[in-house]
Design a binder for this molecule. Structure first.
Ligand code: FES
Ligand SMILES: [Fe+2]
Length: 437
């Protein structure tokens, strides 16, 4: 069980907090590359409880820095995106994307001390259509995590950002809470609606499977399993990877190259970042050829605003009860009455409140993955604080290459064998691409 003090340790991410310091060891996916246009408007960016300004200078260089101007603290959000950097509109001090002050035009030349002033800027890079930020204090940033989906070019992946109005941990835990799938998402699907070649049949025939959970070098993993035909077993594998990555089991293991990040904006807002390889297998439709009721394919967003929390907000939200359709719920057509799988998850995790009160929980054996993941996070964050132990994946980024999630139906004597065998047969688009070059 998680007590109130542990709950705070796990959920607070601002500067100087235990979990905030852990997060600052890693590269964070923060924006879509397309959100910043060369020479375009600066943007307010909230990341790990810090108010930042992000911009792309005319040469294409991205800057991410404290939004407060080092002169007298005016917000650089109002700044002018000029040649060479961003100029504060108060007294015109100009800063390069890397933070160096370039000009102090309100001072006579002999008084200029611009070489001595830097804005608090973070290291930035672009990969897989995303802008990544390193907020730690190493002079040299750590290597990139070798998470398979993030090694693919933007053209080969589908990217989705969705803001969630709650703490990062409860949002992430929705992805490793596997037993909700048979209720929240397919609770109204009857076994006879599912064709024989759709593996959802195993989930709607048995909504209370057995589990195995284990610590791994990169985080934690679980396997849920149910008997299948001819002595085979239906296995579902999923992972948590430090510090906020999940790899969920819905999809065919051999081709399921994707990654999901739950990036804390602050303690009560999270940016979900999803990368899916275009070659990954899709969810199959039901017997009548239709998708699962409520599993609509597209998400509608409110227009982005310049607010600290103005980006990627869905049109379905707490203020409109996520557009719940009570008739569909009553008719048992959509179990939750809420359309779109991601919004079903969003509704339940946001409904827990901005930060769930862990002392109210009654965790069950079906929550072992959640309990173990919290413990793994807490121990790693405390080891960093107390012994300076670098957490998993920071200096050994290839750990992530051993991660693959998804479903398999095979004969195997135990889940580890079923996993290892799946890894050996997995399709590797990154490897294939490198081979083709
Ligand atoms: S506050 Fe920015 S230049 Fe003075
Ligand atoms: Fe879910």
């Amino acid at each position: 069980m998680t007590n109130a003090a542990e709950g705070r340790e796990l959920t607070q991410v601002g500067p100087g907090t235990v979990m905030g310091n852990l997060m600052r060891q890693y590269w964070l996916p923060a924006l879509r590359s397309s959100e910043l246009v060369a020479g375009g408007d600066p943007m307010r960016l909230m990341l790990l409880g810090e108010r930042l300004v992000a911009f792309r200078d005319k040469a294409g260089q991205v800057g991410v820095m404290d939004h407060r101007c080092p002169h007298r603290g005016a917000s650089l959000f109002f700044g002018r995106n000029e040649e060479g950097g961003i100029a504060c509109v108060y007294h015109g001090w100009k800063f390069a994307a890397g933070g160096q002050c370039l000009a102090m035009p309100n001072l006579p030349p002999q008084q200029d001390f611009s070489q001595k002033v830097r804005a608090r800027a973070y290291k930035v890079t672009e990969r897989a259509g995303l802008i990544w930020v390193y907020m730690g204090d190493r002079a040299e940033a750590p290597p990139f995590p070798a998470i398979e989906a993030t090694l693919l070019p933007e053209a080969e992946i589908n990217i989705l950002f969705v803001q969630r109005e709650c703490n990062w941990l409860q949002a992430l835990e929705g992805d490793i809470d596997t037993s909700h799938f048979g209720f929240l998402h397919v609770g109204s699907v009857k076994p006879e609606q599912v064709p024989a070649d759709n593996w959802i049949k195993y989930q709607v025939n048995n909504r209370a499977p057995d589990y195995q959970v284990a610590d791994t070098d990169w985080g934690t993993m679980y396997c849920a399993y149910r008997p299948a035909e001819e002595e085979a077993t239906y296995w579902r594998f999923a992972h948590f990877g430090f510090p906020f990555w999940t790899f969920i089991p819905q999809g065919e293991f051999s081709r399921l190259v994707f990654a999901r990040a739950w990036v804390p904006m602050d303690d009560t807002h999270t940016m979900f970042v999803s990368l899916v390889w275009k070659g990954a297998a899709r969810t199959r439709s039901l017997a009548d050829g239709k998708p699962i009721p409520g599993a609509t394919p597209t998400l509608e967003f409110l227009p982005n605003t310049t607010d600290w929390h103005g980006r990627w907000r869905p049109r379905q939200n707490a203020a409109n009860d996520y557009l719940i359709d009570r008739d569909a719920q009553r008719r048992d057509e959509i179990y939750s009455g809420i359309s779109y799988i991601h919004m079903q998850d969003q509704a339940v995790t946001e409904s827990m409140g901005p930060i769930v009160d862990h002392t109210l929980e009654h965790l069950a054996p079906s929550d072992q993955m959640i309990t173990r993941t919290r413990r793994r996070l807490l121990l790693a964050a405390r080891a960093l604080r107390d012994q300076g132990t670098v957490p998993p994946g920071v200096d050994d980024p290839t750990l992530y290459l051993r991660i693959r999630s998804g479903e398999r139906v095979v004969k195997a004597t135990n889940w580890q064998d079923a996993y290892d065998d799946g890894i050996r047969q997995a399709v590797r688009p990154v490897g294939e691409r490198l081979a083709a070059e």
